[in-house]
Design a protein around this ligand. Structure first.
Ligand SMILES: C[S@@+](CC[C@H](N)C(=O)[O-])C[C@H]1O[C@@H](n2cnc3c(N)ncnc32)[C@H](O)[C@@H]1O
Length: 253
């Protein structure tokens, strides 16, 4: 019998603080061709947002091992908060190596230790979607509180039309942690209903089925070719049914 995915706040913290999860996290997210293209697309997206809006203070909510933060170009205050001491230790080492001056804080996303309006830009990836609606609403409310009016918020979301059939085919036991999957209009309504104006939904991994198949070439020592082809496929679709979106929002007053 398949076990239920982890969805409690404590369960999630415990899962991600496990040294085995921490140690394998970056390799899993950036090592394989498919995931490395998605990672690169997300870094580019965030760097573009930073270059466009020139925030004075950025907050990375639940950075894990600074997968994104260590790759970003910013010249302002950067704060990042995660519940996991083990993730933060790795984040600190990576940020130091890359010369990125993030202020790292350990804490709980449901009780952010910052004053209202502290940040111009908040982003949070692979995190908000880990929770059910009631908890997501609490997170949106905390994010809104620490964001100045008119400030920006970016997060990722998975497209149910693409992700669900794929996950069912692979077996849901491969997904130990709760992951909300969205239809496009549900994502927009959820963000708009929680005090944000959606400015942009950038489609990523636009030709998922073909791109995921190409990922298998790595098993034959063709990882670099796979990566090139997966990347090239991003340019051959209008992105109306991608596997994931990056949402960019603005805090409404
Ligand atoms: C899937 S990882 C995402 C890491 C990173 N944002 C990324 O996109 O690669 C989720 C992170 O959320 C952190 N986390 C889980 N529950 C948390 C909570 N209540 N408050 C703060 N961080 C939490 C975990 O420690 C983990 O580092």
């Amino acid at each position: 019998v398949a076990s239920e995915p982890i969805s409690s706040e404590e369960g999630l913290k415990e899962f991600y603080d496990d040294p085995a999860v921490v140690e394998s996290y970056l390799e899993k997210r950036t090592g394989q061709p498919f995931n490395s293209v998605l990672h690169e697309r997300q870094v580019r997206f965030l760097n573009r947002v930073i270059a466009t809006f020139e925030p004075g203070a950025i907050f990375d909510l639940a950075p894990g091992p600074a997968r994104l933060g260590a790759e970003l170009d910013f010249a302002c205050l950067g704060a990042a908060m995660d519940a996991s001491a083990n993730m933060l230790a790795l984040a600190r080492a990576r940020n130091e190596r890359k010369g990125k001056p993030w202020l790292l804080v350990r804490g709980d996303a449901f009780h952010l230790p910052f004053r209202p309006g502290s940040f111009d830009l908040v982003y949070s990836l692979r995190f908000v979607r880990r929770f059910a609606l009631t908890q997501r609403e609490k997170l949106y409310s905390e994010i809104r509180r620490v964001l100045r009016p008119g400030g920006h918020f970016a997060m990722d979301a998975q497209n149910r039309l693409v992700a669900l059939p794929h996950r069912l085919a692979r077996g849901l036991d491969k997904y130990p942690v709760y992951d909300e999957l969205f239809l496009r209009h549900e994502l927009v309504e959820e963000l708009e209903g929680n005090g944000f104006r959606v400015l942009e939904l950038e489609p990523m991994m636009r030709r998922f089925t073909a791109q995921f198949r190409l990922n298998r070439l790595r098993r034959f020592g063709l990882g670099r070719l796979a990566r090139l082809l997966i990347k090239a496929l991003e340019f051959t679709s209008n992105g109306n049914n991608p596997s994931t979106w990056m949402a960019l929002c603005e805090r409404r007053d």
